[in-house]
Write a protein that binds this ligand. Structure first.
Ligand SMILES: [Ca+2]
Length: 701
């Protein structure tokens, strides 16, 4: 079969000074010696090499993290996002804008105009970034937020950077990867929240940019609403109680709104609730409360992103820059279904000590009306809201919705085009590859993009190819499926068997692009395996479980692993659990049980530990606990209590006066050879709410 991959030069609508085919040919044949090669561009080094006939626009690219397709008001949400909605109603938005379905690969593609593997993955060793391209062309460049790639933004052309190099961190406490312009930066002990800090520093950097007298490019990479789910108290309060109706109701409302606002065809069939999710009404009360709390927190985090975008936009308006600033807003992947923490009941995750995990069920609602999630190349994984605002540059009608496919690889060519910057032909210590994206300027001008090159989709074992109105897609290397996206955007009618030749041709194109455009290793295009329908993933919420472990993956905290509800029998102790009771047999000195809380999120103290006790040995019972990760039991705090050992049941109620969170507990109720039964062993928080019950019967709510 003769295989032909259309090249960008076949795009009849390409215009402007930036011509990717020419850049591509030169890049492939040049050496670094031809140009002065700069990696870090300081203000002084930047030279204005571009003659311009009009004033070049400023640029703001805003990237959110794990935001679902329907999470903004202007994409169907009930979450209040008035500032982003206003940008969309003044500007334009895309209904088929794609990311790569995962964090780091989307960042690489957004910055380089290339598919992630082609660009050299997180090292970006075969690419230049938009900061380098625009910086080289006379722009002041700055970034705030999540980097998640190798080295630092200041190594890739950003004149200013504030944020965290890590993929995720505590929203209130940050982590040790924070940097300010290349130096380590200590997160304050209080008054900090990353979403706000990103815009605080953005506004500072814009002052520097204005002082430089240059046009400027700002890249704001919010970590929200990525897990850990943490919300500011006022934002959380706004959404408390708003999600008690559950995901079936919210999703239906979002789909209806998407149709009403013209984002989706009126006759579109939304994907049904998948088999791995229960109907909301059928869930136990504790699960409903827990799930509603997760969505409350997510909504609050998204609302906060909108408020901070509003603060940024207001700053542009106040400085007379809003008219000629191109603002692009996108998300790096669909909502995340990975449920990686234990259910934490009746808490408010409004401080750095308590966090909730992502919810598979709410991710389904947040990716309305599509199937699947972050990492999958189905539309639920790769479809992002995409808003463009640029009053001086857009020739489209206000609020226009563009239905042509676009991709994050198009961002760099677009920015180079509108900023009238050449993409460098070579770069020191990097062997550049051609960009795969195309400029979106024709769309801004009200024309058709007319993309002829298929959009290649790949993350790990998840694959896809979007070619015109057709899409081939494989879930985790399982058998390819084929969908007509023009008629079936929600990928419900698999035409693989009906159109085997078309599918095979698309698989061949995908494979050829994987080899020749991405330069991927053979593992990336290994043969597919049989489908194990229905598609499942081990980290999706396990709804069969009680409030104990939620998924097969252990929780993690600072590198320590272990089941969160684990009870360990100490030496000379035999522990059996019968009907939720802890049956203890002591055979020697110093027996007891220990509970490990290191792997779960905990409220801070004080706490109470309550249980019923029968047996033990008369005298001093002991409770030990630690309030940091370094201390090993029995070091730490110690509380004594009396044990009657008279064969009767006794209620024990112990106060743990610490104001810190606790990490480990040890309970001793006997000495020497004896027996004891502990029932209803429960830790309560300062408000008297249950934090954890050990050995809880499965049906106990
Ligand atoms: Ca992400």
């Amino acid at each position: 079969m003769g295989l032909k991959i259309p090249q960008p030069n076949e795009n009849p609508n390409m215009r402007g000074r930036y011509r990717p085919w020419r850049v591509a040919m030169v890049i492939m044949s040049t050496t670094c010696a031809l140009l002065p090669c700069r990696r870090v561009l300081t203000d002084d080094q930047v030279t204005t090499s571009v003659e311009s006939t009009g004033k070049r626009p400023n640029v703001v690219v805003i990237l959110t993290d794990d935001l679902g397709f329907s999470d903004l008001g202007c994409y169907g949400s009930e979450i209040e996002t008035p500032h982003l909605d206003a940008l969309a109603s003044d500007g334009l938005r895309f209904s088929q804008f794609y990311n790569t379905a995962k964090c780091h690969s989307s960042r690489v593609s957004l910055l380089t105009g290339q598919y992630c593997i082609a660009a050299g993955d997180t090292a970006m060793s075969h690419a230049v970034t938009s900061a380098e391209v625009l910086g080289n062309g006379g722009y002041f460049t700055a970034m705030t937020g999540k980097w998640h790639l190798k080295r630092e933004p200041t190594d890739f052309g950003f004149n200013r950077y504030f944020g965290h190099l890590s993929g995720a961190c505590n929203f209130f406490k940050g982590d040790k990867t924070f940097r300010l312009n290349g130096d380590g930066w200590q997160v304050p002990d209080s008054g900090f929240y990353t979403t706000v800090a990103n815009v605080d520093f953005s506004l500072k950097f814009l002052k520097d940019a204005r002082n430089s007298g240059k046009p400027w490019y700002l890249y704001v990479a919010f970590n929200a609403p990525h897990a850990p789910l943490h919300a500011l108290p006022a934002d959380y309060a706004k959404y408390k109680g708003k999600y008690d109706e559950g995901w079936d109701v919210v999703r239906a409302a979002r789909v209806a709104k998407q149709k009403n606002i013209g984002l989706l065809p009126k006759d579109l069939k939304a994907s049904p609730r998948p088999e791995h999710l229960p109907a909301w009404k059928t869930m136990e009360t504790w699960r409903q409360r827990y799930e509603a709390n997760r969505m409350t927190t997510l909504a609050a985090m998204i609302d906060r992103v909108d408020q901070e975008v509003g603060r940024l936009v207001e700053d542009l308006r106040a400085n007379g820059e809003l008219d000629n600033t191109l603002i692009l807003f996108v998300s790096d992947n669909g909502a995340c279904p990975y449920d990686r923490r234990k259910p934490l009941l009746d808490v408010e995750p409004t401080n750095g000590d308590i966090a909730l995990a992502d919810s598979t069920g709410w991710s389904w609602a947040r990716n309305s009306p599509f199937r699947y999630y972050k990492q999958n190349q189905f539309e639920g994984g790769i479809a992002t809201p995409a808003i463009v605002h640029w009053p001086a540059g857009l020739k489209t009608a206000s609020g226009e919705i563009v239905h042509e496919p676009a991709h994050l690889i198009d961002v760099l060519p677009t920015l180079a085009d509108i900023a009238r910057c050449e993409i460098p032909q070579s770069w020191s210590d990097r062997q550049l590859r051609p960009v795969s994206g195309v400029s979106l300027k024709p769309v801004f001008d009200g024309d058709s993009l007319g993309r002829r090159t298929p959009i290649h989709l790949l993350f790990s074992d998840d694959r896809g190819l979007r070619d015109g109105e057709w899409k081939a897609v494989s879930f985790r290397r399982e058998a390819w499926e084929l969908y007509n996206i023009a008629k079936d955007r929600t990928e419900l009618n698999n035409l693989a068997e009906a159109e085997p030749e078309r599918l095979q041709k698309m698989i061949d194109t995908w494979t050829e692009m994987t080899k020749t455009v991405l330069h991927a290793s053979p593992k990336s295009y290994a043969t597919t395996i049989d489908a194990k329908l229905p598609h499942r993933h081990q980290e999706w919420t396990n709804f069969d479980g009680g409030p104990g472990p939620a998924s097969g993956k252990p929780n993690r905290l600072k590198g320590r692993r272990g089941p969160a509800n684990r009870i360990r029998a100490r030496k000379n102790t035999k522990l059996t659990i019968v009907d939720g009771e802890l049956r203890l047999e002591f055979s020697g000195d110093d027996p007891g049980i220990a509970m490990d809380l290191r792997g779960r999120d905990m409220p801070v103290g004080p706490y109470r530990l309550t249980f019923r006790l029968q047996g033990g040995t008369k005298g001093g019972g002991e409770l030990f606990y630690t309030t940091d990760l370094k201390t090993i039991l029995p070091k730490g705090e110690r509380i004594e209590f009396s044990v009657d050992a008279d064969g009767k049941w006794h209620d024990i109620d112990l106060r743990l006066p610490t104001k810190q969170r606790i990490y480990q507990l040890r309970l001793d109720v006997g000495e020497g050879v004896s027996k004891a039964i502990v029932s209803g062993l429960t830790l309560l928080d300062s408000a008297g709410k249950r934090v954890i019950t050990w050995a809880q019967p499965k049906n106990d709510k």
